[in-house]
Design a protein around this ligand. Structure first.
Ligand SMILES: Nc1nc2c(ncn2[C@@H]2O[C@H](COP(=O)(O)OP(=O)(O)OP(=O)(O)O)[C@@H](O)[C@H]2O)c(=O)[nH]1
Ligand SMILES: [Mg+2]
Length: 485
């Protein structure tokens, strides 16, 4: 094929070069800008005729001479058109072939008409349509076995791109759901806070009480219960709350004091809470009343260097020998030995509430005659006290000794935990002095002390802080508390 390329500064220049090389009948295939100006691709006229001959072969051949003449004229017309356009070569050939096929079909139709027998009666339009329908081949429709099969066949197989798109849209949907869920939580939270604040505004007594109890270190779980049961008619909400707390704080006031009851007591608790000091205080209180001869002292704190010396020193002052037990068997032997004593006190080694040895200690104290007294630091955080009560299985103990009362700025957290776990306060220690700083306090005295106003500090809450604390939905609260109003 003889296709040539001509480059000129402008289209006019390129066409001039083309005409010079291939003559005026040349076929322009394309014109496009290039680095040197305009590029024109063109074909010699004889090449065009060759292509036409090749493409016209399957078609019905009209008379060759007439055909050549007609083709030449058509091509000439097209060339004139093409030289002014940028039609691609393929488009040109396709158009030419279409034109050619149309011409051939028209010629065939004309021939058939002239060849029809004259005797054939003329058909009406309706007859002609019927005849055409009968002679036409019947359309081939594939057999349909089941409707759903056809339906399935209509569905195109998903491509990899489709699967990717589906996964992406699923992800988007999931993201949107998560977004909606978090918005729902936020709205619930805000409405919860608004509802609570609105309730507090409607009942200023509740608001005052809530703020006061929060200031005293009581837990939101207990405060909610109290505030919810406060009647709008209550004039002095603080007095009402104090009376409810007193009724719910166990101190076994009806029972005799420990030193009067006698028995075998083991003092357990976390490190440094005052177990040994409290043992000494209790021993001194007993010895003063019933004499040192009726008292037995045992220490399990044998493995810490010099630890048992602390109790031995107190024993020497009281005139009571201190025995050491290393394991459960030796402890049981000692208890047999001291069976005649009215009171036996067992001092134990302090362990962090989460120490695995705490369980071993509790097992060692499994003897049925031993009653456990859990020593709790009244100055510790509410959450720590809670943890200690659980780890030391406080509910199995006879009661709790609240130590270091003198160090506690707020008594609320300790009393709150004891109320919620229904534990009795059997003694309190409010200083290091033995035996002076040992007392038995009533629930009234303890609650009064807990509700005493605290000095304004950075930790003091104001009315707006309550919004933050009570904004969380009720389901987040700690285990429900039963209060006897
Ligand atoms: N302020 C104050 N200090 C106390 C009180 N009770 C004990 N302490 C002091 O707390 C420190 C620890 O007391 P311990 O009796 O040794 O405590 P513990 O629980 O036996 O300690 P471990 O045996 O080491 O676990 C000592 O300095 C005591 O004087 C109290 O009620 N108030
Ligand atoms: Mg000790």
């Amino acid at each position: 094929m003889n296709i040539k390329r001509f480059v000129g500064r402008t289209t006019r220049d390129a066409l001039a070069l083309l005409r010079e090389a291939l003559g005026v009948d040349a076929v322009v295939l394309s014109t496009k800008p290039c680095a040197d100006g305009v590029e024109v691709l063109a074909m010699a006229p004889d090449t065009m005729q060759q292509i036409e001959r090749m493409s016209a072969q399957p078609a019905v051949q009209p008379k060759p001479a007439a055909k050549a003449a007609a083709a030449a004229t058509e091509v000439k017309d097209d060339v004139e058109q093409l030289s002014m356009s940028t039609l691609s070569f393929q488009d040109y050939v396709r158009n030419r072939m279409l034109k050619r096929r149309e011409a051939a079909m028209q010629a065939e139709a004309a021939q058939a008409k002239s060849a029809e027998p004259a005797v054939e009666p003329e058909m009406s339009p309706l007859q002609a349509r019927l005849a055409a329908r009968m002679s036409a081949p019947a359309p081939i429709t594939p057999p349909i076995l089941r409707e759903e099969i056809r339906a399935g066949a209509d569905i195109p197989m998903p491509s990899l791109a489709d699967a990717d798109h589906a996964a992406r849209s699923r992800r988007d949907q999931q993201d949107m759901m998560n977004e909606l869920r978090s918005m729902k939580g936020l709205i619930e939270e805000r409405f919860g806070a608004l509802a609570f604040m609105e309730k507090l505004q409607r009942q200023p007594g509740q608001a005052r009480l809530t703020q006061k109890l929060l200031d005293c270190g009581f837990s939101p779980a207990l405060i909610r219960k109290l505030a919810a049961s406060l009647s709008p008619e209550t004039v002095d909400e603080s007095a009402w709350a104090a009376s409810v707390l007193e009724r719910n704080l166990l101190t076994n006031e009806a029972q005799a004091a420990l030193e009067d009851q006698g028995g075998v007591y083991a003092l357990i608790g976390s490190t440094g809470v005052g177990k040994t000091t409290s043992t000494a205080k209790l021993a001194a209180a007993f010895a003063t009343k019933y004499g040192a001869a009726n008292l037995g002292l045992v220490t399990l704190d044998a493995y810490r260097v010099g630890a048992h010396e602390q109790l031995r020193t107190y024993g020497r002052i009281l005139g009571v020998p201190v025995h050491t037990a290393h394991d459960r068997a030796s402890l049981e032997d000692l208890l047999d030995l001291l069976a005649a004593k009215k009171m036996v006190l067992i001092d134990t080694a302090g362990m962090a509430q989460r120490d695995s040895r705490t369980r071993e200690l509790l097992d060692m104290l499994g003897h049925r005659s031993i009653q456990k007294l859990l020593v709790v630091n009244a100055a510790a955080q509410g959450e720590t006290i809670e943890d200690v009560l659980i780890s030391y299985r406080a509910t199995l103990a006879k009661g709790v000794i609240l130590s270091k009362m003198d160090e506690a700025v707020k008594l609320g957290p300790a009393l709150d935990a004891l109320i919620r776990h229904k534990l009795a306060v059997v003694g309190v220690a409010n200083g290091q002095r033995v035996p002076e700083d040992w007392h038995r306090l009533s629930s009234h005295a303890l609650v009064h002390r807990a509700l005493r106003p605290t000095a304004g500090t950075a930790y003091r809450l104001d009315a707006s802080d309550m919004n933050l604390i009570f904004a969380a939905p009720q389901s987040h609260a700690v285990a429900p508390t039963t209060l006897h109003a």
